[in-house]
Design a protein. Structure first.
Lengths: 321, 311
């Protein structure tokens, strides 16, 4: 929904069809039907359970990335911050620290990196691409330097339910993702902070001239991005029952792809939580479907590339009408 | 007069180590990137260096990327080292820089991963195809000659992995009751390995065994099996002895792993480079072989490996 979201007065059905996300939602549903027909096991409870969990990991990071992209910025360091935060939390746990406190520690470690990003971008005016690219190296390098490449496997059993458990037949990470998505949607749609974020993306000069503290908002956005990355990275520690030093490598591309497929404009100013979630679903469903449909593994990567571009084209075309 | 003499003596004393070092050879190990796999390699490298009185160093490319490895080697050429042992990220891609090093008088060998098209004097490492065959034989034994198996591979473009898979499949082909369901690409990534293993278990409910030719496959698959209560029910084994793979062996989730004799690779690299600097001709390939690690020797295999050289 744009900063100029229209007022109510339409029936729910009609407004649902008219939402910008309807095109990619349709694409996702068609994909699921096709895969379900070719490989019925796709629709099995177990498989959907597992795929939804895989969606959650990417969606959480992508939601953080959304906040940053809405202002025309970019955060390339989210993948490395995932690994960094996971290792920080796991390290604390391996020392016997209570898992809840260790999680907090991990998130703070991630947000600290986000604060560095935010300061460089908002206050020192370093272009986001460069600042976060540097952070990508810095955070990952720190992880390698501290762990020497070894995983941390001393994870207390009490922490394993975070990624491996479920509640009401839905994986815990999906619940966590839902909570984050709802919070993100509320912030972006109903708070001044959210509206200003869209405004900065729409026209930063005008927003600045109307008295909004653009710098402070940007600073906060990079901390939000790193916080989301930290949460996902820490949940992955539970999934792996260990902190793997390479966790998160390449995830910035997945997060950005999910956001872009979901209709977020890289120039800033438009994008939605629902779109990002659908984008993450499309990618996870596709990857899962290719294995289940027994497509030759040599073709998986190129097929994924084609679909990503197709989804983005579909989105651009439907926006123009 | 005395001060001049003292100064002269001090100068000689200061220069002596420099002169002595100039006579001492310097060999540098260049792995593919930062990875704990190379630690035993470097330990062997250092241990042999101590025995033979050479200086050694290790320079890691920051990432597993060819241009970075090329840059590292170019820097070493500029520093005029005496010998370089490279774990080649690519074959054709390293031909130019290895040619440059050789022209500069530096002895170059490859270890762990070969660059057969290049001017490297020798390849010291695992013959990947025969390692795959050995693994396949052991797997077929454990499977009692029948069952369905899925192979996990960390990237379909890596020659060493393709050779392992080739050898593994060839050994399995001798058991007509065993069917290879699929070779899955997990791109060298732990999370993807887990995702793909979950998908595989969905796709093939009758899978009885999983084998990974890459290091991260076995521990990732072990996690999935444990989480689905299938640990020990589906046979799992793989290459390399990552910490979590060994833990899997200890708790029974992983049946065995294949360890490359990394310490030996490092040790023999120093011997080969030393021979090369003395003008001796090197064999084209030295197969360092593999060691099987099971519950029985999981605690002692590392020491067994090093004992070969402890003199």
């Amino acid at each position: 929904m744009d900063a100029t979201a229209s007022a109510g007065g339409r029936s729910l059905g009609a407004s649902l069809l008219r939402t910008k996300e309807s095109a990619i939602l349709l694409a996702l549903l068609i994909m699921m039907v096709v895969i379900g027909v070719i490989a019925p096991r796709f629709i099995s409870g177990t498989n959907l359970f597992q795929v939804s969990r895989q969606v959650a990991f990417v969606a959480i990071v992508a939601l953080g990335e959304l906040f940053v992209i809405l202002t025309g910025g970019i955060d390339l360091s989210v993948g490395s911050i995932m690994g960094w935060s996971g290792v920080a939390a796991a390290w604390a746990m391996s020392l016997g620290v209570n898992p809840a406190l260790a999680v907090l520690f991990g998130i703070l470690a991630g947000v600290a990196m986000g604060a560095i990003n935010g300061s460089l971008i908002a206050f020192v005016k370093v272009p986001p691409f460069i600042a976060t690219l540097g952070m990508l190296q810095f955070a990952h390098g720190n992880v390698l330097g501290l762990t020497k490449g070894w995983p941390i496997t001393a994870i207390p059993k009490s922490f394993l339910w975070v990624a491996q458990g479920d509640f009401l037949f839905v994986p815990v990470p999906v619940w966590i993702g839902l909570v984050i998505a709802v919070i993100a949607h509320v912030v972006l749609t109903y708070t001044a902070f959210g509206r200003r974020t869209y405004a900065i993306g729409g026209n930063e000069q005008a927003t600045f001239l109307s008295g909004i503290d653009v710098d402070r908002i940007k600073f906060a956005l990079y901390m939000i991005s790193s916080a989301c990355a930290a949460v996902s990275g820490i949940i992955l520690v539970s999934r792996f029952s260990s902190a793997q030093p390479d966790t998160g490598t390449g995830w910035e591309l997945d997060a950005i792809a999910a956001a872009v497929i979901g209709g977020t404009s890289l120039a800033g100013g438009s994008g939605s939580v629902l779109g990002v979630v659908i984008g993450a679903c499309i990618m996870a469903v596709l990857r899962n479907g290719l294995v289940l449909m027994r497509v030759s593994p040599y073709w998986h990567i190129s097929i994924i590339g084609v679909v990503i571009v197709l989804a983005a084209v579909l989105d651009v075309k439907t926006k123009r009408t | 007069m005395k001060t001049k003499l003292v100064r002269a003596l001090l100068l000689v004393a200061a220069l002596a180590p420099v002169v002595a070092n100039a006579a001492e050879k310097t060999f540098v190990m260049v792995p593919k990137g930062v990875h704990p796999y190379y630690e035993p390699c470097y330990e062997g490298f250092k241990a042999a260096a101590q025995k033979y009185g050479v200086k050694v160093d290790k320079v890691d490319p920051q990432k597993f990327e060819l241009p970075l490895q090329v840059k590292v080697i170019e820097d070493l050429i500029a520093q005029h080292v005496d010998g370089i042992a490279i774990s080649a990220l690519d074959d054709a891609g390293l031909v130019p820089v290895i040619a440059d090093a050789t022209k500069a008088g530096i002895k170059v060998i490859t270890f762990d991963a070969p660059a057969p098209s290049s001017a490297a004097l020798e390849y010291i490492g695992t013959d990947n195809e025969s390692a795959g065959v050995a693994a396949g034989k052991k797997m077929a034994e454990l499977m009692k000659g029948k069952g369905n198996i899925v192979i996990l591979q960390g990237g379909l473009g890596a020659t060493n992995l393709n050779l392992r898979t080739k050898g593994f499949k060839a050994a399995l082909a001798k058991s007509p009751g065993i069917k290879v369901l699929e070779v899955v690409d997990e791109q060298g990534d732990f999370n993807i390995s887990m995702n793909k293993t979950e998908a595989v278990l969905q796709t093939y409910p009758d899978v009885t065994a999983i084998f990974s030719v890459s290091a991260e496959g076995a521990p990732a698959a072990a996690q999935v099996l444990k989480q689905q209560g299938k640990a020990g029910k589906i046979l799992l084994a793989g290459f390399d002895d990552l910490k979590d793979t060994l833990e899997g062996i200890r708790d029974g989730t992983v049946a065995f792993c294949l360890v490359q004799k990394t310490f030996k690779m490092g040790w023999l690299s120093v011997e080969a480079l030393l021979d090369a600097t003395k003008g001796k001709k090197l064999p084209k390939v030295t197969d360092t072989g593999v060691l099987f690690v099971t519950k029985d020797n999981v605690g002692s295999y590392m020491d067994e490996m090093k004992k070969e050289f402890a003199k």
